[in-house]
Design a protein around this ligand. Structure first.
Ligand SMILES: Nc1nc2c(ncn2[C@@H]2O[C@H](COP(=O)(O)OP(=O)(O)OP(=O)(O)O)[C@@H](O)[C@H]2O)c(=O)[nH]1
Length: 361
């Protein structure tokens, strides 16, 4: 799984945080198995310390990977200190006051806490099958670890130095290995869901402003057009063009022009309802598709936007205005494209009659 995750990571089109930690985690879990399988050949203390340290680090790395993947702060210092304290306590109960039950309870209890924290993180932030799978795996691991910690008092002898082969212990050991495998698969699935989301987002959103691309905008427009022709639901279109944008670029430079486009998008988006679609039509031109909006309401929306842009002042950015063409679906229209053409004609009139105004056709 380490090689699969590492290979996938190298071929990702964008860097994904958390994947390096995910890819190391199964390797550590597998290394712990090597130590536990050498139980009879290595000194018991080495097996206990190295095996548990590797297993704990493996599970910890799965958790840290998920924290990074979901852009959460990673408290690795406190967790590392906690892990070191756990190993120190286990060493104490091995060397100075041998107590197998205390060691089992400490380790299994800590693994239950780690699995619980991880499951809670995924439940809060993740969606979809991949997260649900990982949450089920972690919840099961948490349950089995708690069971192991609770049953150690009547299943294990306190002076035992080596792990006893009994059904509860086997279930406990198998659950770790299965968890490592299934968490790696869960990570791979989360990764593929994230990559798909990123691609879909890039295809549907303009990279500079975050507004919809033309394609998504036309899909929204066609949807409203269908509702209008089938059910007679009114809808309108605004075509907005920033005035004399070329002179902003010429005087302030292209980077400032870009910031104006971004700021303009934010201002317009803040004035729209949740069902409205805002898209970048071209350079400094934006289109707004207003569902359930008749001509009078569309003109008022256009004026609200125009006045907000005119009055807004931002530090380090020039003042600017916009002209807006408004068109509302009417009996003579032949499609969304035709409606947009009417909005373009209205915009042309707004520009020709002095700019910084809204005109409806
Ligand atoms: N900074 C920046 N400028 C852009 C971008 N896309 C297009 N432009 C510029 O937008 C300007 C549009 O200029 P024009 O079409 O002449 O329109 P205008 O200057 O706004 O004049 P009117 O529309 O008549 O008020 C051009 O200079 C383009 O280079 C972009 O993504 N970023």
């Amino acid at each position: 799984m380490t090689m699969v995750l590492w290979g996938v990571r190298r071929n990702l089109p964008v860097a994904m945080p958390g994947v390096p930690a995910w890819s190391m985690a199964p390797l550590l879990c597998a290394a712990s198995t090597v130590f536990f399988s050498l139980d009879q050949r290595l000194p018991g203390f080495v097996v206990m310390l190295a095996g548990n340290a590797l297993l704990m680090s493996g599970l910890g790395l799965f958790y840290f990977g998920s924290l990074r993947f979901w852009h959460q702060s990673c408290p690795w210092r406190s967790w590392t200190a906690g892990g070191a304290a756990l190993l120190a306590a286990m060493s104490y109960f091995y060397c100075f006051q041998p107590d197998f039950r205390a060691r089992t309870m400490l380790f299994a209890g800590s693994m239950a806490v780690c699995a619980f924290a991880h499951a809670r993180l995924l439940q809060r932030h993740g969606k979809g099958f991949s997260c649900r799978l990982s949450v089920i795996v972690l919840a099961t691991l948490c349950g089995v670890s708690m069971l192991r910690a609770a049953t150690t008092f009547w299943l294990d002898a306190p002076d035992s130095t080596r792990v006893m082969q009994m059904p509860m212990q086997q279930l406990y050991a198998v659950s770790f290995h299965l968890a490592a495998l299934l968490l790696s698969i869960g990570g791979l699935l989360m990764l593929s869901e994230r990559v798909r989301y990123e691609f879909e987002h890039q295809a549907s959103h303009d990279s500079l402003t975050g507004a919809f691309t033309r394609r998504t905008l036309f899909q929204a427009g066609e949807r409203e057009w269908t509702r209008w022709t089938r059910y007679g639901r009114p809808f309108s279109v605004l075509l907005l063009d920033i005035d004399r944008f070329k002179s902003i670029n010429d005087r302030w430079g292209h980077p400032t022009g870009d910031k104006v486009l971004q700021e303009c998008t934010t201002l317009i988006a803040a004035l729209l309802r949740s069902g409205d679609a805002l898209g970048r039509y071209g350079g400094e031109e934006f289109v707004v598709v207003l569902g359930e909006t008749d001509g009078a309401a569309a003109w008022m929306a256009a004026e609200r936007i125009r006045q907000a842009l005119e009055q807004h002042r931002a530090p380090d950015l020039p003042a600017y205005t916009a002209s807006i063409g408004v068109a509302t679906a009417a009996a003579g229209d032949t499609g969304f494209g035709n409606l947009l053409k009417r909005a373009d004609m209205a915009l042309y009139q707004a520009k020709a009659s002095g700019r910084n105004r809204s005109i409806a056709l």
